[in-house]
Design a protein around this ligand. Structure first.
Ligand SMILES: NC(=O)c1ccc[n+]([C@@H]2O[C@H](COP(=O)([O-])OP(=O)(O)OC[C@H]3O[C@@H](n4cnc5c(N)ncnc54)[C@H](OP(=O)(O)O)[C@@H]3O)[C@@H](O)[C@H]2O)c1
Length: 175
């Protein structure tokens, strides 16, 4: 059983810019439409756990729902998933420990954990086993941070690092 982060960041560790924008993630030339390992990663997980802000950003994109795996949206304020997405996503509540246990008990063993605050709460609980971080060569100067404060340092082992599109550094870390 493992909880995994797969995320794109700026050099200064932001996952969205000051306006909440994500355009900087897709501005680098990508003539062959390389998905940077995303489809293979998605195949490897059983379900996604994402924070409400990430879910609302996705809903704002419109278009086709991008995930084929079950999505669990962490929120204390949302009362329902919007009707068109009710077969794609469901609400979940609880601490990172409780959420991990609930989903593991249902047979979802490899969980993709997404959203800044969500990742931070799972890191603080010691419940992130792997992180695959793709760092783009841009300083956003502010925005939504990937990392926050921790009570104590968390060490990871570097599994591998790859260069993508000639300028993105993708590093895979494991606790
Ligand atoms: N660069 C990338 O690859 C990437 C990937 C994902 C997201 N993003 C961006 O990152 C931004 C979102 O990140 P974020 O840090 O703002 O937040 P987030 O983690 O997506 O959402 C935070 C919200 O999730 C809920 N939540 C988190 N932990 C919870 C828990 N244990 N129990 C219940 N609810 C919990 C809370 O919602 P309530 O207030 O409803 O309780 C909280 O306000 C968006 O702009 C998104 O587009 C970027």
């Amino acid at each position: 059983m493992s909880n995994i982060v797969f995320i794109g960041t700026s050099l200064d560790n932001y996952i969205a810019d000051k306006q909440g924008g994500l355009e900087w993630l897709t501005t680098l030339p990508n003539p062959e439409q390389d998905d940077c390992g995303f489809a293979a990663f998605m195949d490897s997980v059983d379900a996604l756990v994402m924070g409400r802000n990430t879910f609302e950003t996705l809903c704002g994109f419109g278009g086709e729902w991008p995930y084929s795996k079950p999505v669990f949206v962490l929120s204390r304020s949302l009362h329902a998933i919007p009707e068109p997405l009710q077969d794609k996503a469901q609400l979940i509540q609880g601490s990172p420990e409780e959420v991990t246990r609930q989903l593991n008990d249902k047979g979802f063993r490899r969980l993709y954990i997404d959203g800044g605050q969500t990742i931070q709460s799972f890191l603080e609980a010691g419940l992130i086993d792997e992180m695959i971080i793709s760092r783009l060569p841009v300083l956003l100067g502010g925005g939504t941070p990937l990392f926050g404060e921790l009570a104590s340092p968390l060490w990871f082992q570097l599994v591998e690092t790859k260069l993508l599109l000639g300028s993105i550094v993708m590093s895979h870390y494991r606790r």
